[in-house]
Design a protein around this ligand. Structure first.
Ligand code: HEC
Ligand code: HEC
Length: 203
């Protein structure tokens, strides 16, 4: 008899706790974005998870909780630069990342027609035959587009180095202004974690 009572109590406790879990899930279901973010979370490794927490605190106000750039108010991090941003840099040059590339990128290296072709090649992931003017860009950005240390940044992927440069120098481009005060707020390891998370957004 004693065992039956203990058994019944055990089963009751189990059922009640299951009920709480179920209620919790029901409540959670209302927040589909949170649920989605939870699904995505399980695919992230530890470094990316750390990066995600930091991103939500420091970056999502401008870049959006999904990293898609908040309706073009900031860079969409699910891919590297857009055609519009690339053509803007080709036409106007750039000198944002002064700490690493003090002389910047010269403007007007190629004409509009060629700029259009090079930008298309870049946004399509550097696949297929490169347009003939790419050779000019490759002289600084490397044939892979992954950049050459101290000469030109990675324009193909969000490498650790690129993200660190952006965080230290800020950026002013065709989309808007990204602040430079993160150099005082984030350390190198945190920057690496954020870079890993940004790369995971593009997968
Ligand atoms: C003389 C070397 C040099 C050449 C040639 C060159 N670049 Fe650059 N490029 C740079 C440097 C340096 C930067 C970093 C500019 C900065 O500090 O904002 C840069 C930046 C860029 C950026 C912006 C990256 C970002 O994250 O903001 C793009 C896009 C780019 N280059 C594309 C090209 C293309 C396309 C070509 C060929 C037409 C080209 N570059 C040729 C040196 C070069
Ligand atoms: C005040 C708004 C704001 C905040 C906060 C902000 N950004 Fe940005 N960020 C921007 C804008 C605007 C751009 C686009 C600049 C352009 O290309 O015109 C940008 C661009 C970028 C780029 C692309 C740079 C490139 O060269 O292509 C990266 C990487 C980036 N941000 C990372 C971050 C990270 C990481 C954080 C958080 C630690 C962050 N940003 C916080 C506004 C912001």
């Amino acid at each position: 008899m004693k065992y039956i009572i203990i058994g019944v109590i055990l089963i009751m406790t189990l059922l009640v706790s299951k009920l709480f879990v179920a209620l919790d899930l029901l409540h959670f279901n209302k927040y589909t974005t949170r649920l989605d973010s939870n699904k995505q979370n399980s695919k992230l490794n530890q470094l990316e998870k750390t990066g995600k927490s930091l991103y939500l605190v420091y970056c999502s106000s401008c870049h959006g909780y999904d990293g898609k750039g908040n309706k073009e108010k900031a860079q969409d991090h699910t891919h590297r630069m857009s055609k519009k941003s690339i053509i803007d840099v080709i036409n106007n040059g750039a000198n944002n990342f002064k700490s690493l590339y003090p002389s910047g990128m010269p403007s007007g290296l190629i004409n509009q027609d060629e700029a259009e072709k090079v930008a298309t090649f870049m946004v399509n992931g550097f696949k297929g035959p490169a347009p003939k003017s790419w050779i000019i860009c490759a002289s600084c950005h490397d044939n892979t587009g992954e950049g050459i240390p101290l000469i030109a940044p990675n324009i193909k992927t969000y490498s650790d180095e690129l993200v660190e440069t952006v965080l230290k120098n800020g950026k002013q481009g065709v989309i808007g202004v990204m602040p430079s005060d993160f150099k005082h707020r984030l350390n190198k390891n945190q920057m690496k974690a954020i870079a890993a998370y940004i790369r995971s957004l593009g997968k």
